[in-house]
Design a protein around this ligand. Structure first.
Ligand SMILES: Cc1ncc(COP(=O)(O)O)c(C=O)c1O
Length: 417
């Protein structure tokens, strides 16, 4: 089922990945060496080659804007072909949007009103995506139904929890491919098959999937899927894929309606007014860099081995400190990310989790992610190719004791002392 890890298990760290010239992988990024970067998952990190490619494209755009913009839709269409090959989908199914949120908003805006219709989400859904579902359901005069999926639920249990919320009133299912708060997969393939059988549209939020899952849409039947290339794919920010395969896709229009509006899907997304699309055009440079330097398969294996190591080292240090296990039984775990339970008193809510992230960055010099699920706080560890075991060892030695003190003082505060 989940990632059962004993805190005493002897663990070896994967050997750091190096660049072709023998330098550490991190030298290919511009991340501040004065900080530790343990949160790739939230906002990604762009390698220098892709930043340079985007800068070149910007210079080209600013040298001759009147040549650049009319030619842009074709260049975006050509880029789609490369990005579709990475995701192993047909370029004719893939539109480029600025981010997962834009892809989701596009879908919400395209669905025909369904009076009294319900939208099924899970309690692991990304907050902003769920808020959009709630607004849409209100416009329909219906409501959101939230499937409660235990953190440790395996595929069957998660599937049953979602399907239990479906009814004749369901007008849409929104399901994460990989959840943000809990770093776990959801059974999108099984739910997709059942949704298709019942004729219910399914939107898969795959924000974290590109780069973490090799062929994310293989075996997945869904009407709509969105995924960020600026997270694990390391593309310049503002680069996401919207994949739509069913008949409903002809209802999709970009949030910025423009001159290509009369074109079929996905061509009509290739032009969105006067917009800086250099991020899209530079995205393949980031994907190719990782492919040519290590290969995505090797990169993924490294990220997962390192995330496992991070979980064990950091988890064991928390356990020594608190005397209680910090191991989290996550059903359907994902490569590259892990959860470690925080001592009571920390990150009990999303607002507290975000405040802790900011405090850790400001006072301890570590970029990290904290999440809150069911009133419990978690450290969500990410590992990308530029991370090494030393990053997590540093966190365990230098940050865990401080977090222990912060937790104790919060508990003292709450108990009135
Ligand atoms: C599951 C999930 N959905 C949606 C998003 C939103 O992505 P963006 O901010 O790029 O629109 C995120 C971002 O972390 C996410 O994790």
């Amino acid at each position: 089922m989940g990632s059962h890890v004993s805190e005493t298990e002897v663990t070896t760290a994967p050997r750091p990945l190096l660049l072709a010239d023998g330098r550490p992988a991190a030298r290919a990024w511009s991340l501040d060496p004065a900080l530790r970067h343990l949160n790739h998952g939230s906002f990604g990190a762009v390698p220098l080659v892709a930043q340079e490619r985007q800068n070149q494209l910007r210079e080209e755009m600013d040298r001759s804007p009147v040549v650049w913009f009319p030619a842009l839709p074709q260049r975006v269409a050509d880029t789609r072909v490369e990005l579709a090959a990475f995701l192993r989908v047909s370029p004719g199914d893939l539109a480029l949007v600025p981010n997962a949120s834009a892809g989701v908003s596009t879908v919400y805006g395209a669905l025909a009103p369904r009076p009294g219709g319900e939208i099924v989400v899970t309690d692991h859904g990304y907050g902003a995506v769920t808020m959009g579902a709630e607004r849409l359901a209100r416009r329909w005069g219906g409501r959101v139904r939230t499937a409660r999926v235990p953190l440790e639920a395996d595929e069957e249990q998660a599937y049953e929890a979602v399907v239990a919320e479906l009814s004749d009133a369901t007008g849409l299912i929104v399901l994460d491919h990989i959840t943000s708060v809990t770093a776990r997969r959801m059974p999108v393939d099984r739910v997709g098959a059942e949704a298709r059988r019942r004729g219910i549209p399914l939107l898969v939020d795959g924000a974290h999937a590109p780069g973490l899952i090799a062929a994310p849409l293989s075996g997945v039947t869904c009407d709509f899927w969105v995924g960020n290339l600026h997270k694990w794919g390391c593309a310049p920010r503002g680069t996401a894929a919207l994949v739509a395969r069913g008949p409903l896709r002809e209802e999709l229009h970009p949030l910025i309606d423009s001159w290509s509006a009369a074109d079929p899907y996905p061509d009509r997304f290739d032009q969105q007014g006067t917009l800086d699309a250099t991020g899209y055009l530079a995205a393949p440079t980031a994907l190719d860099f990782i492919e040519h330097t290590w290969g995505w398969e090797t990169a993924r294996r490294y990220m997962d081995d390192l995330a496992g190591y991070a979980e064990r080292v950091v988890g064991a240090t928390f356990a020594e400190l608190t005397g209680v296990s910090s191991t989290v039984d996550v059903g359907m775990p994902v490569p590259g990310m892990r959860l470690v339970r925080l001592p009571a008193g920390l990150a009990a809510t999303r607002v507290e989790a975000d405040a802790l992230r900011d405090r850790v960055a400001g006072e301890l010099g570590v970029e990290s992610a904290f999440t809150s699920f069911g009133g419990v706080g978690y450290l969500r560890l990410s590992a990308h190719v530029y991370n090494t075991a030393a990053d997590y060892e540093y966190f365990a030695e230098s940050c865990v004791p401080v977090l222990g003190e912060w937790a104790a003082s919060t508990r003292g505060h709450h108990s009135g002392r």
